[in-house]
Design a protein around this ligand. Structure first.
Ligand SMILES: NC(=O)c1ccc[n+]([C@@H]2O[C@H](COP(=O)([O-])OP(=O)(O)OC[C@H]3O[C@@H](n4cnc5c(N)ncnc54)[C@H](OP(=O)(O)O)[C@@H]3O)[C@@H](O)[C@H]2O)c1
Length: 326
């Protein structure tokens, strides 16, 4: 039997990505075979699809770290044919063939039953981006950030960023959305930003160890020089959740924001999250943290993925690209 998937191949050090028909016999063999109905595009997928060996070591490969669908076959007694389920992160789409595909086959421990209050499309719209944003928000709140506090969100038009703007706004925070896209001010305001800070207007001073403290906390996806300067502008005892590296994986800082303002740097790794914590967060995202994602998501077909991936790597994407798999 054949199935359709995004197939990334390496030839002489060059990578190609196209939708191909593959034999189901070549798919990884695991506990649960799932007919994927929806996937979504994350930055990690874009890296995998262009041959980043830090994400995917061996090719050919199918990326896609988020999938939602229906169990087709199961050797696990926790799931049966017809169950609606979600799989995000773990090794899916990294070194296990991912959800830019009509089928995935995964270990039972990666599978989460679809929460009753979510549709498959809503669940995948949350996916890794939403989970990452929820971890960041949860950690900020656990470290003292509260309703009314001013939180800066970077990469705010992107997948994690736009979800964070919406979630923080839903929870009553004052949100400052930092973006490089001058034409997306209205979009950011419409999803809950109280203020839009353009990247080229954000205060950056290489030599000054501290700047005027303007924000109570931050969720950062960019890293590098931007993060260095965010740390200098956090109020005493505030926190910064960091998850990304779209700007740079480097971080140069002094100890001054930490020893003079007592700020906290909170790391996020959504892929290797404790399973109980993962379930708790999914439950929150499906209930009291459930937000209307309609003005963030845009739906596409598998065939549109190569173009969407190139746009994402060029920093041009906005919101969350959902892939409907027929
Ligand atoms: N640690 C984890 O568990 C985890 C989980 C999910 C994602 N991540 C990471 O989080 C980051 C964002 O992921 P995503 O899926 O949200 O990606 P995305 O949708 O592409 O969003 C990234 C946003 O960052 C901004 N940006 C892009 N290139 C930039 C550059 N060179 N310098 C400064 N800003 C830039 C853009 O927003 P503006 O134009 O609005 O500035 C862009 O929309 C990635 O590094 C990803 O690997 C980590």
């Amino acid at each position: 039997m054949l199935y359709k998937a995004l197939h990334v191949e390496e030839l002489d050090g060059k990578f190609t990505k196209e939708i191909k028909e593959l034999s189901l016999k070549t798919l990884d063999i695991n506990d649960v075979l799932i007919r994927v109905k929806y996937s979504a595009l994350n930055f990690k997928d874009a890296l995998s699809a262009t041959g980043n060996k830090g994400i995917t070591k061996e090719f050919p490969h199918t990326p896609g770290i988020d999938g939602a669908g229906i169990v087709q076959r199961s050797s696990s007694d926790k799931f049966k044919k017809g169950d609606e389920v979600i799989v995000t992160s773990f090794d899916l789409g990294m070194n296990t063939n991912g959800a830019f595909s009509e089928y995935i086959s995964v270990p039972e421990s990666w599978v989460i039953p679809l929460p009753k209050t979510l549709t498959l499309k809503e669940a995948v719209a949350i996916g890794t981006a939403g989970l990452t944003s929820a971890i960041g928000t949860f950690k900020l709140m656990s470290n003292g950030q509260k309703k009314g506090d001013n939180i800066l969100v970077t990469g705010s038009t992107g997948a994690v960023g736009s979800f964070s703007v919406k979630l923080l706004s839903h929870l009553g925070f004052k949100v400052s959305a930092l973006s490089s896209k001058i034409d997306k001010k209205e979009f950011l305001t419409s999803i809950g930003a109280n203020e839009v800070v353009l990247k080229n207007e954000f205060e950056m001073h290489a030599k000054r160890p501290l700047l005027k403290a303007k924000y109570d906390g931050a969720i950062d996806v960019v890293g590098g020089e931007l993060l260095e300067n965010i740390l200098k502008q956090i109020r005493p005892e505030g926190s910064v959740s960091i998850c990304g590296l779209v700007g740079s994986a480097q971080l140069n800082t002094t100890v001054f924001p930490f020893i003079l303002r007592g700020i906290n740097l909170l790391g996020i790794n959504s892929a290797e999250l404790d399973n109980e914590f993962r379930k708790t967060l999914w439950n929150m995202l499906a209930n009291e943290w459930k937000i209307d994602l309609n003005n963030i998501i845009h739906e596409h077909s598998l065939e549109e993925l190569p173009k969407l991936i190139d746009e994402m790597l060029a920093g041009k994407s906005t919101g969350r690209a959902i892939i409907k798999i027929n």
